[in-house]
Design a protein around this ligand. Structure first.
Ligand SMILES: [Zn+2]
Length: 396
């Protein structure tokens, strides 16, 4: 497993301090209202270390103090929370059919969000447009006075595990793009932590990191849109995103579910994407790339062909979910992506297939919870912002 940050030599005292700071922030994130004594107990750090780090975080506006928390027999301590008033995290998502940007607080509250539906063309043109969107958002009075901790950008394809290079976005035709290098000259005034990740990884990270309450042991996010991908996150104060040797972990859209089937954009035959993806549904129903998929399908009403294509796509999605359950066994599944806009005709067969088959192997009755995000327009961008927070906690 490769985590979202690259730990340095353990003997590096400065890095050790940053690890402690990140661990303390992680504890407050997962246990809002924790006192200094609670944090010391949970992190196994000394009270003196916790006190010093908390003081510095209060002064920098990362934490704020709340009410006095009574302690059984001992001195009461001040509740601590992430400070949502002083900083801003920026996230951007380059989708196959549009660009999205968000600005959010340390706790994940979205302050601003913007979306354009024009599809990306070249990396250079996309960088220009994205920079204009980000600059306009940065200048908005809602966040203009906040200190920016950095920018996370997501792309619809695998990213190299050790360097910020998009390896391939088959649905954009981009190959080996160091996108942050293309973007940086357009945003010279944007400093802080910058990062690039696959959109499903970022979305999974955000669902885990900004989880309301203590996150489950692990989360897998399935992104069903123009293409199909997934991302996994596990861990505690230091969430881990498994990436694999070449960054391909979670590329479920290109797992073969129909040997000898239709040709996929990747060159293989019978990939899951040939059954369930925006492009496959368009091809099956003769809907042009220029049309809005949701509107075109809605316009056809209760059409038998549409129903059959959506049911088949839904079942293929159910197969993918079941395969993820058996290969990764996450404690929670989250289903998002633009195909969720197509509604129950697609979602229901997917969930039915999973519900019917998920316990076959263990013969048990435990149910893995699935959360469906019906509108995940900004989920990946917000996840990228969460990754900025995790990175900044270790670097800033
Ligand atoms: Zn493929």
């Amino acid at each position: 497993m490769v985590s979202t940050f690259a730990p340095q030599a353990a003997g590096d005292l400065n890095f050790l301090k940053k690890l402690n700071r990140s661990s303390i922030l992680g504890t407050v994130r997962r246990y809002p209202g924790a006192t200094r004594a609670d944090i010391a107990a949970r992190t196994q750090l000394t009270k003196a270390t916790v006190g010093g780090v908390v003081q510095a975080l209060l002064e920098r506006g990362w934490l704020r103090e709340g009410e006095l928390q009574p302690r059984g027999g001992g001195r009461p301590g001040r509740a601590l929370y992430l400070d949502d008033a002083h900083h801003v995290l920026l996230g951007a998502d380059i989708g196959v059919r549009g660009l999205r940007v968000v600005a959010c607080t340390l706790g994940g509250e979205v302050l601003l969000q913007r979306y354009v539906t024009e599809a990306p063309t070249t990396p250079e043109e996309t960088a220009k447009r994205l920079a204009a969107m980000l600059r306009a958002m940065r200048d908005d009075p809602v966040i203009a006075d906040r200190h920016c901790l950095g920018l996370g950008v997501t792309v619809p394809g695998p990213v190299a595990p050790e360097q910020p290079i998009l390896r391939l976005a088959p649905n954009l035709g981009w190959v080996d793009v160091a996108f942050l290098e293309v973007l940086r000259p357009y945003l010279p005034e944007f400093d802080g932590a910058w990062l690039l990740d696959n959109e499903a990884n970022a979305a999974a990270f955000g669902e885990f990191y900004f989880h309301d309450g203590i996150p489950p042991e692990s989360i897998v996010y399935i992104s069903a849109g123009s293409g199909i991908g997934s991302g996994m996150v596990t861990g505690d104060n230091f969430p881990l995103v498994p990436r694999g040797g070449q960054g391909l972990v979670g590329e479920i859209g290109h797992t073969i579910v129909q040997p000898g089937g239709l040709y996929c954009h990747c060159g293989n035959r019978g990939c899951a994407e040939t059954l369930v993806s925006g492009w496959a549904i368009r091809a099956s129903l003769g809907i042009a790339d220029t049309e809005n998929l949701e509107a075109a399908i809605a316009a056809r009403g209760d059409d038998a062909d549409v129903n059959a294509v959506l049911r088949r796509a839904g079942e293929a999605l159910g197969i993918l979910i079941l395969n993820l359950h058996h290969t990764l066994n996450p404690a929670m599944l989250v289903l998002g992506g633009s195909l969720m806009h197509l509604g129950e005709r697609l979602i229901e067969p997917a969930l039915d297939y999973f519900e019917t088959h998920q316990n076959d192997l263990l013969r048990g009755t435990q149910r893995v919870p699935i959360k469906v995000i019906h509108d995940s327009t900004f989920t990946a961008a917000r996840g990228a912002a969460a990754q900025v927070m995790a990175k900044a906690a270790l670097e800033a």
